[in-house]
Design a protein around this ligand. Structure first.
Ligand code: NAP
Length: 313
């Protein structure tokens, strides 16, 4: 058996702790060897470095990095990692802008390292069965409802409200990562409204109308102000039945029949992501699908902005 891929995790926040560390530990093909954390967070006796340049300067050997920082700082860290010859796993969204991710793709190609733009929601249990079922049908209408309570899911994450933080599109882009995977035809933005808190630089809610190339209408409703029941649902009406993907892609219903009964749980998604990362490293390829980010960029491009009341956490 080949040696495990030696990984350093960069940015020891919520997703690093909740998902990256357990997924790496559980995979015999991977070995966590170091952490990079501005606050000096380490794991057990493993070495930690305050930033990625310190890791490189130390001469400590790694094969790959998993970048779990906010999107606004991801390009500089990823570019540096690629220059070191390290395979690079980008949390979603893969960058603050499209052009910087394209630049990373080119850098990774030149350095012959694997770049992975991860979309964790695509690894939810219902997504591949949904794609298969929809591939044989004509899509008539799609409704995406992604409404969650930002105070519950993103406490203290000030970066989400800053320029380049995506606001409600931080979770909303997960819905688009699923929709671009399961819907058979390409689709594009027609109209967008953004609700902008008067004291913030990113939207707290958004309504986006898309259509696909065969004429189906796709409506997306995103809201960070949801209290009580949370919704991460995609409903697809087709010429022969209705498909519902709920709980962020993990529960699939086709005409009322439950196909994959699981609660909302990212736990199955990250092992799948890291398996894919290890596979592309072994194959010597990159995996970068820009479509979800492109749709969000287009939504911002054509949006009508509506000022709403200030958001105070
Ligand atoms: P978070 O809890 O705020 O953690 C981000 C970490 O990045 C911070 O703890 C910090 O770690 C580091 N960091 C913050 N600002 C930085 C800066 N200016 N320069 C360098 N490092 C910085 O955020 P998160 O929820 O883990 O989200 C991180 C990424 O994962 C986002 O892109 C998000 O969309 C994605 N994601 C999050 C979730 C979720 O459930 N939270 C799920 C899937 C994907 P150190 O102090 O250790 O350096």
């Amino acid at each position: 058996m080949s040696k495990p891929i030696r990984i350093a995790v960069v940015g020891m926040g919520k997703i690093a702790h909740d998902q990256h560390l357990p997924a790496i530990h559980a995979d015999p093909g991977l070995e966590l060897v170091a952490t990079v954390s501005r606050r000096g967070e380490s794991v057990g006796d493993l070495p930690h470095f305050n930033d990625i340049t310190e890791l490189a300067a130390s001469g400590f050997e790694v094969d790959a990095v998993g970048l779990c920082t906010p999107p606004q700082v991801r390009w500089a860290i990823a570019q540096f990692a690629i220059e070191q010859g390290w395979h690079t796993f980008l949390e979603k969204p893969p960058g603050e802008t499209l052009s910087e991710v394209i630049a990373l793709q080119e850098a990774a190609k030149a350095q012959r390292v694997s770049l992975f733009a991860s979309w964790h929601s695509r690894y939810a249990a219902g997504v591949e069965p949904a794609r298969e079922w929809l591939s044989k049908r004509t899509i008539e209408r799609v409704t995406i409802t992604w409404r969650e309570d930002v105070r519950v899911w993103h406490p203290g994450q000030t970066w989400i409200w800053e320029p380049g933080g995506f606001g409600v599109f931080d979770p909303g882009i997960n819905a688009l990562s699923i929709a671009t995977r399961i819907l058979p035809s390409p689709f594009f933005v027609q109209r967008c409204e953004l609700d902008m808190p008067s004291n913030r630089d990113a939207p707290i809610a958004a309504r986006v109308a898309f259509r696909d190339t065969s004429g189906a209408v796709i409506d997306m409703d995103l809201d960070f102000r949801q209290e009580g029941k949370q919704s991460w649902d995609i409903v697809v009406r087709t010429d022969s039945g209705i498909l519902t993907l709920s709980e962020g892609g993990s529960v699939l219903h086709v005409d009322g029949t439950t196909d994959s009964p699981r609660g909302l749980d990212l736990a199955g998604e990250y092992p799948g992501l890291y398996r894919r990362f290890a596979d592309i490293i072994r194959e010597g390829i990159s995996d970068v699908d820009l479509r979800p980010l492109r749709l969000v960029a287009d939504a911002f491009l054509c949006a009508r902005r509506i000022e709403v009341e200030p958001f105070v956490e």
